[in-house]
Design a protein around this ligand. Structure first.
Ligand SMILES: Cc1ncc(COP(=O)(O)O)c(C=O)c1O
Ligand SMILES: N[C@@H](CCSC[C@H](N)C(=O)O)C(=O)O
Length: 442
């Protein structure tokens, strides 16, 4: 529809070329359009509770579209030969991506957010801040892909990587020094669900080297449950493939910072390499994030019931919602919930394999954060890129089963798991119920 409201563009009375250059908002048919459609959530910071902010957006879309338009365009016409338009080329910037970035910055309580093509692309962008000779201090339980990228950087780019048990801050303090350029933390860790004291380690890292960048992978928690920037981190990043989008229909990575100069340093490699998120995936992620709270709440309450079911039947379960978790208090001093990933041991790799293969509702799949429940064996799947010797040194149980809990009916999930445990021979069945087999659980 034309801005005049007639809906019929008048091509015959279109402006001259000179006029078009002089009036950038006049379209080819001569309609005087509202300003360049750059929909956004322009207010920095949250004004409402997160449940509201997740769905609430304000924009300057010319047609007041409720859902952000997908600007599926590689280039943007300029009003003069000197360029200068808000957007020129989608690798450098795109209105749909900007809309998402501003929305995420608000939700993540950050001054700036950047969205890229995957969680690993986000870490790649962050580690491009490093120079040969720089030291990185990180955990000994990390997502396999993170471990792989760090190994690549230490083998090929002269970065010195220290893998430390970050659940013990004193061990971290021993290696921090003036060359520590980055501390890279995951909490809870994937897949051992270990908890890291972000604030304590961030303070020590900044003392050792004031320009050290403390980066936190917040994928397991999402901004709904944890805001690492508020605990002293400089950079927070997440795989948007997981909870932020929630449906396993896209790959994305999100980086958020409060320091705008740091944000510019991170934007540079995104534009230079071209890993910014595509317009369509930006739109999908924008749609997905609106339901983060309802999804996560259901996933968490299901997880709590499932963790209690397994523990009460004699399995060693790792989940921060269980009082038996050795860092229960630390986790809940930082986070507003326990998340929806848990892992447990059976004591026997063969038994674990049979459980995974006997489950029906639980899909055998890597990843987490989806509305569907997933089951996997990290040592064979998500963490297979960590060699067996390193896995053993880091005490990763080969029989570990990871459950990534979805939004299904929790009784159905428990029934399916119980049946898989029985079918796999993981439990003794008596009139009183089931119990993990003697010697199979810790
Ligand atoms: C904790 C964690 N961080 C980062 C990533 C990387 O994300 P992506 O798969 O979107 O590259 C993953 C999984 O892939 C992960 O589990
Ligand atoms: N083949 C992939 C495995 C991805 S694992 C995805 C996710 N982070 C998880 O923990 O399940 C790879 O080699 O990266």
């Amino acid at each position: 529809m034309s801005a005049s409201g007639s809906g019929v563009p008048n091509a015959a009375s279109g402006p001259s070329n000179a006029l078009k250059k002089g009036f950038p908002h006049v379209d080819l048919q001569g309609n005087d359009l509202p300003p360049s459609p750059a929909p956004s959530s322009p207010h920095a910071g949250r004004r409402y509770a997160i449940a509201t902010e997740l769905v609430f957006t304000e924009g300057s879309d010319q047609y007041n579209a409720s859902s952000v338009p997908i600007y599926q365009s590689a280039t943007f016409k300029q009003s003069s030969g000197g360029g200068g338009g808000e957007y020129d080329y989608t690798r450098s910037g795109n209105p749909t991506r900007t809309h998402l970035e501003r929305h995420l910055a608000k939700i993540m309580s950050a001054q700036r957010a950047l969205v890229v093509s995957s969680g690993m692309a986000a870490l790649d962008v962050i580690t491009r801040l490093l120079r040969p000779g720089d030291e990185v201090v990180t955990g000994d339980d990390l997502y396999g892909g993170t471990n792989r990228l760090l190994k690549y950087l230490s083998t090929n780019n002269g970065i010195i990587v220290h893998h430390i048990d970050t659940t013990q801050p004193e061990k971290v303090f021993e290696v921090l020094n003036s060359k520590t350029a980055m501390v890279l933390l995951e909490t809870p860790t994937n897949p051992l669900i270990k908890i890291v004291d972000i604030g304590r380690i961030a303070r020590a890292a900044h003392e050792a080297n004031p320009s050290c960048l403390v980066s936190v992978d917040n994928t397991m928690m999402s901004p709904l449950l944890l805001n690492p920037l508020e605990l002293g981190a400089d950079i927070v990043y997440e795989s948007g493939t997981k909870y932020l989008s929630g449906h396993h229909d896209l790959m994305a990575g999100v980086i958020a910072v409060n320091d705008l100069a740091l944000g510019e340093r991170l934007y540079f490699p995104i534009n230079a390499s071209g890993c910014g998120l595509s317009p369509f995936d930006s739109w999908l992620l924008m749609r997905g994030v609106k339901t983060l709270k309802v999804r996560m709440e259901q996933q968490q309450s299901n997880s709590q019931r499932i963790a209690e079911f397994l523990e009460s039947n004699g399995f060693k379960v790792r989940y921060p919602g269980l009082r038996s978790h050795p860092q229960y208090d630390l986790h809940h001093s930082m986070a507003r919930g326990s998340g929806a990933v848990l892992s447990f041991e059976t004591g026997d790799v063969g038994v674990s394999e049979r459980i995974v293969e006997s489950a029906k509702i639980w899909a055998i799949s890597v990843s987490f954060g989806c509305v569907n429940s997933l089951i996997s064996m990290p040592c064979r799947m998500s963490h297979a890129s960590i060699d067996a010797k390193t896995r053993a040194e880091r005490a990763m149980p080969e029989d570990l089963i990871r459950l990534c809990v979805g939004i299904e009916d929790v009784d159905d999930l428990i029934d399916d798991l119980r049946r898989a445990l029985v079918q796999a021979g993981a439990v003794n069945v008596t009139l009183d119920g089931i119990q993990a087999r003697q010697g199979t659980s810790a």
